[in-house]
Design a binder for this molecule. Sequence first.
Ligand code: NAD
Length: 467
Amino acid sequence: MVMGELAEKTQVVVIGGGPGGYVAAIRAAQLGKDVILIEKENKLGGMCLHHGCIPSKALIHASNFFYSIRQAGIVGIKTGKVSIDTKKLQSWKEGIITHLADNLSKLCTLNKVERLQGEAEFGDSHTLRVGGEVVSFEYAIIATGSRLNELPALPHDGKFILSAKDVLALQSIPKELLVVGGGYIGLELGTVFAKMGSKVVVVELQEQLLPGYEPDIVAVVQEQMEKMGIIVLTNASVGKMVKGKIIVKQNGKTQSFTPSCVLVAVGSTPNTKILGLENTKVKMDEKGYIIVNEKMQTDEPTIFAIGDCTGAPMLAHKASRQGKVAAEVIAGLPSAFDNLACPAVIFTDPEIATVGLSEKEARQQYDVRTGKFPFKNSARAMTLNEEDGFVKIIADAKTEQILGVTIVGINASELISEACLAIEMGAFLEDLADTIHQHPTLSESLMEAAEAVRGTAIHLFQGKNGP
Ligand code: NAD
């Protein structure tokens, strides 16, 4: 430390105010620690709240609403001409974000979490510099998240080549939207704009959308996307933009597009380069992710790391859980990030939600049986006019323990919670199959899928398998 610099002392310093960092800070404070939370922006919530999960879910809701009104004739409702006031939509969305961010500030104040705005850089294993200030700490938790990747041929320019952040703030509906990347963001936002009237083309480098997801899941969503008029190009790559024209290569053929704008959504990279980590013993892997153990400890005993900066899956709820674990370990509790179930949800139409092992992963480790219950056999799904998709349960063939659950269909994002609890509690097929599920609901499909693994589903004829 340079003579004359002010040093602030704390027991715990948290770097990053997203869903990993603010949760870690509040839990550490709940456990009686002095906490400073450092965030470079002047508001809490991180990417998730300001430029990711929350704004996208607001737009998804609005686009679903708009789309449903236009489809209302199917259930006998006559509507007039409907249109979207994008300025009002944006201000409604911003209102939600502001409210949630203000609430986070209040929660920090109420929990006596001190806040410091600026970019933190490690001096050593016990000090950080934030602007002109030096903070000395007993423990630090790094929760710096990740940033969206760019394509060298199509760098984000905020006007024509857009990031998810830019697209979420659009003040008008683009006539034609070219989406590069058929992953989480590409499909969620591509669907939003297709429903609001844009002509959408999705270009995906790999041979299927959502690489890594099982083809039976992707097929349901892709079929819906194509029904909405979205053009899906897989095994395809984009070249440079020349005079507003973008060339897409697919299977040796080329076609050109002149969209109103382009969304480039090709993954994200951890924010770990700027931290002065070289002044500590913290280690990173070859991709720049910080290496941690299940207590979220790095190779430097005083420094912990959580969330996106520690690797995939890059999901807010994983970061929050890891934040609680880090704070509890610092406070001397026997916590560990040893969760069996970390769900993932993609808010497409219909939604996809998965937890535990996929069928492919399970078959590599176990003798497996699966059961699938289609929503077209669910009375509740019919009454909602939402019959696409299924619930699939993957179980150990010998013990009947539930290894994984996949849901593709309406409200999959909510329905998956029961499956998370089941896997976390080590549940067996009979636990789901013999639990009374309220009728008529979509959740009955989980019970029926568990029965389907055993060949005993009631609303699905599976032959004479018997219990
Ligand atoms: P992603 O990794 O989900 O998808 C990126 C896609 O781009 C992949 O399918 C990849 O094959 C493709 N791709 C890569 N290079 C390409 C190229 N040159 N041309 C065409 N396609 C190319 O990443 P994302 O959609 O950008 O999302 C970023 C992160 O945000 C994800 O890691 C995800 O965890 C998170 N996220 C989560 C949610 C959610 O939980 N619902 C929603 C949005 C984003």
